[in-house]
Write a protein that binds this ligand. Structure first.
Ligand SMILES: *Cc1c(COP(=O)(O)O)cnc(C)c1O
Length: 417
């Protein structure tokens, strides 16, 4: 069967042998999955989820009991006072945008302490010119780079003493950068320092890709508000779209007023039949995130053994589901992505090629054969075509599919040689 699928004995054995040495790592991931499953089940039980919550509303979406229950369940799972979980959010970027516009007013100052934020936020903030940016409304912005893959504590403290900051953004996952993603202990430490100097500043976390990777959420270590996408971790590969904003009730309500309209806020928002999918997605999420983590750990071990630089290493502590492979040349990057694409359930015969994409300076090569467009809790692999040719791989709905895809991608590298 493997041979028929284009996987040679060599590629298969290489991956299976690497897998044998990952028992310890996989055991930790299984334990994490148990804890997160317990959290989810507890939240379902506490909120008495029943079939009635699968019901749907149309039009204004008044009195959608399923939607309200979903928000209570998410709040419970995330350790939040409250949560806004809506399909009216196009994706995580939109939710981040709504949150920023909800909290910042003309003259306010926003500070990123993890360097330049994710690409899709550049025009939102006004780092890149846009007539509708926060900057165009008179919101000021500044950023402090990370230092040696950690927060630049001295600079942050100095800055907060000399400036009145309204909102601090912390982006945990690395995006298309070379830095490491930020584990929860570091988030906890920096929040303590921030609060020591200014207890009023709103601490907002871009939590994309980080849910269920560790057993604590940023809200449980002092953050005010967290934002994430439902076509990533918490959607479990089943939610058709959407995003969440969770944390302090007052801030969640403000986001509701901005998402819909002042005065109606969270009372409106039809669910159009997706309540069951969102609940089922969250129910599956601990296990799907665990499959993604195992696929990432396996990829790291195999590609490391093949001599490529990988980040994180297979046995390193992880903050998110993203695995980097630093290929060092365009050819290997494109071949690897081609292998991943060929092992996808959808569009397996497509060949990913470097392409100009809106919002990116360099060409990007992108493997994504997903059921849901752009879903990256499903296995996907992409990277900007520039030195040092890094692949950013994430996801896999099951570990078996992830493992097969790694074999196929390794085969693709072997074929090239
Ligand atoms: C994916 C991602 C986003 C945006 O999420 P979308 O759902 O793709 O809009 C924002 N920040 C980070 C760090 C991400 O990884």
């Amino acid at each position: 069967m493997y041979n028929e699928f284009g996987i040679s004995n060599k590629a298969k054995e290489l991956v299976l042998k690497a897998e044998e040495n990952l028992k310890e790592e996989f055991k930790k991931i299984d334990e994490l999955c148990d804890i997160n499953s317990l959290k989810v089940l507890n939240a379902f039980n506490k909120n008495n989820i029943s079939e009635a919550h699968f019901g749907s509303t149309t039009g204004y979406g008044y009195d959608d009991m399923g939607r309200d229950a979903i928000e209570r369940v998410f709040a419970c799972v995330l350790g939040a006072e409250d949560a806004l979980v809506r399909s009216q959010f196009i994706s995580g970027s939109h939710a981040l945008c709504v949150a920023l516009f909800a909290y910042l007013r003309p003259g306010d100052l926003m500070l990123s302490i993890t360097g330049t934020p994710y690409d899709t936020l550049h025009e939102v903030i006004g780092i890149k010119e846009n007539k509708s940016s926060l900057k165009s409304f008179g919101v000021k912005y500044d950023e402090i780079e990370l230092k040696d893959n950690d927060f630049d504590y001295d600079k942050i403290k100095e800055y907060l003493k000399n400036n009145k900051v309204k909102l601090i953004e912390i982006q945990r996952s690395k995006g298309y950068s070379k830095r490491k993603s930020i584990v929860i202990e570091k988030v906890e430490k920096v929040i303590k320092e921030i609060i020591n100097i200014d207890k009023d500043v709103i601490i907002m976390i871009d939590n994309c890709y980080c849910e269920f990777v560790e057993d604590k959420t940023p809200l449980e270590v002092g953050a005010d508000i967290i934002v994430g996408s439902l076509i990533k971790n918490l959607g479990g590969g089943i939610a058709p779209n959407g995003a969440y904003i969770a944390g302090k009730k007052e801030l969640v309500d403000l986001a509701g007023e901005r998402l819909t309209l002042p005065g109606e806020g969270r009372e409106v928002g039809p669910t159009l039949g997706i309540n069951k999918s969102i609940l089922q997605g969250l129910f599956m999420a601990p296990s799907v995130v665990a499959s993604s983590l195992k696929t990432a750990v396996l990829t790291s071990r195999v590609l490391g053994e093949l001599g490529y630089e990988v980040e994180p290493k297979y046995n390193e502590k992880r903050a998110d589901i993203v695995q980097n492979i630093i290929f060092g040349n365009e050819d290997d990057l494109v071949s690897y992505c081609g292998g991943i694409q060929s092992a996808s359930p959808i569009d397996s015969s497509s060949k990913p090629l470097p392409w100009d994409m809106p919002g990116y300076d360099d060409k990007v090569v992108m493997a994504s054969g997903s059921f849901t467009q752009g879903s990256s809790i499903e296995l996907s692999c992409d990277g900007p075509v520039r030195e040092p040719y890094i692949a950013y791989q994430q996801g896999s709905l099951t570990y078996s599919y992830g493992k097969i895809a790694v074999m196929k991608a390794v085969q693709s590298l072997i074929n090239k040689k």
